[in-house]
Design a protein around this ligand. Sequence first.
Ligand SMILES: Cc1cc2nc3c(=O)[nH]c(=O)nc-3n(C[C@H](O)[C@H](O)[C@H](O)COP(=O)(O)OP(=O)(O)OC[C@H]3O[C@@H](n4cnc5c(N)ncnc54)[C@H](O)[C@@H]3O)c2cc1C
Length: 541
Amino acid sequence: MRRWNGWGDDTINYPLPPNGAKFLEEHVGAATPPQDATLEQVLSSIPPSRLPAHPLISAEPIDRLRHARGQSLPDWVALRSGQIPAFPDGVAFPNTPDEVLALIRYAKDTGVRLIPYGGGTSVVGHINPLPGDPPVLTVNLGRLNQLLSLDEISHLATFGAGVPGPELEAHLRARGFTLGHFPQSFEYSTLGGWVVTRSSGQQSLWYGRIENLFAGGTLISPIGTLHLPPHPASAAGPDLRQLVLGSEGRLGILTDVTVRVSPLPEREVFYAIFFPDFTSGETAVRQMAQARLPLSMLRLSSATETATTLALAGHETLIGTLERLLQIRHIGPEKSLLLLGITGSERLVKATRKSALAIAREYGGVFVGQRFGEQWRKNRFRAPYLRNTLWEMGYAVDTLETAVSWHNVQPTMHAIENSLQQALQSEGEHIHVFTHLSHIYTHGASIYTTFLFRLADQPEHTLARWQKLKTAASEAIVAQGGTISHQHGVGTDHAPWLAAEKGPLGMAVLQDVCHRFDPEGIMNPGKLLVPESGGNNNVAA
Ligand SMILES: Cc1cc2nc3c(=O)[nH]c(=O)nc-3n(C[C@H](O)[C@H](O)[C@H](O)COP(=O)(O)OP(=O)(O)OC[C@H]3O[C@@H](n4cnc5c(N)ncnc54)[C@H](O)[C@@H]3O)c2cc1C
């Protein structure tokens, strides 16, 4: 069963290797395991539902708790401590688009607010009811999960928007196709969630981001239904699909989505290359992207991330042998690990690998084969389980991300890392920070930074630590001219920084669009755009 206060299936654990605890103690400090609230304690704290009864709505406390928060660090603090400032008053599980329409009508008639819910994997506060809101109904779209049609000639598939990653891929694979969209949250996140948060999968270099895969669909809004036809291209004025992409549940509920699918590839391989330092690796991946090599993934770790990965990989003897081998090839402590994926026919894989390795060699890259890459593939959806282990030891881990053009990659990366390292200096807390370039483009790259810090003695102090870290890093991103999000979206946590990117006219247009689709403000209020009160649900209550 899915954990109610952590990540993933509760039968799956990801223990730290034997040297992991020592590594954390050296880099972050000794930690104290927290006293988490029990499920019974949290269930007994849920206030009565304020919703008028409706046959489609459950007001069961367990349903309300399971839809109260997503996966951001403030969500974890709330769920683990049991200090949850607001719960949905009920949860509906519509079976058909007509039932979705009925729920929207119910909300309009009763003044209830609606939160569309896909897989609840948001890491920026998208699905959280806000304290002080009128009654809130969360609409779980998980029953809209069917493959509705597959056009094998045009390579277009239409699904119910609530289909989660594994089910979607299973349907397609059975017919010889794939969508190829693999965010790390693949196990639980849904097609509708991907579209409205502008998600990016790990192999987007080959398959494209969700905005490249999203061909059309149906959005039921409070004022009517928007049908988006899956034209291959169109010059008929602005593309309305772009309004729905990134709309974060503010405009209505996506009930079905048509996606561009691909035949299953003949081969899919992941290799590892070590560079003497990050700058050499960065230059090589830029050249690979600008040469438009048909790669599926380029993921380049900083020296600190490389060292952390190797230290926490376990297999000490194997890593020791690798380190010695690399040393002989002049790859020392500043080494930078590149994971490189290729997808396609046997011939394409061979030819692409040859071209990529030629570029890597020019910058001192040492190719170490498939073993590391395969290990990464095996664990690609397992790594988030480590968050459970770390929390239970007394450590919090969070990530943030941006994208900038090439000339600005290293300055931005250093500005983010420095801001995090300094944010808790006055408390004497040490933050372990490391970064990788997660998605590579011809014109720039996304920067994905992970930071680890110690839980404080009280949940509100942990939250205050996170606020300082998040604010410092977000300010650094904005000061560098980066986007406030490359893939996680805006939600509540990034909303204060959105205006820096969109400008006053852009913000006014977004407000107008939300108002046009939802004049009474019933759809997911307070997300994407800062609520008029300026409130934020993450501030310690
Ligand atoms: C461990 C972990 C790893 C992650 N890795 C990645 C990654 O690699 N790439 C990436 O892009 N993101 C990643 N994320 C973030 C998250 O998974 C994405 O934002 C994802 O797209 C959210 O999908 P969901 O179905 O869980 O949506 P939810 O979290 O349920 O909802 C997100 C937003 O979408 C709205 N929504 C959902 N479904 C609909 C619908 N049918 N109609 C209208 N509105 C809807 C909700 O109201 C909310 O505003 C990760 C998150 C976690 C926890």
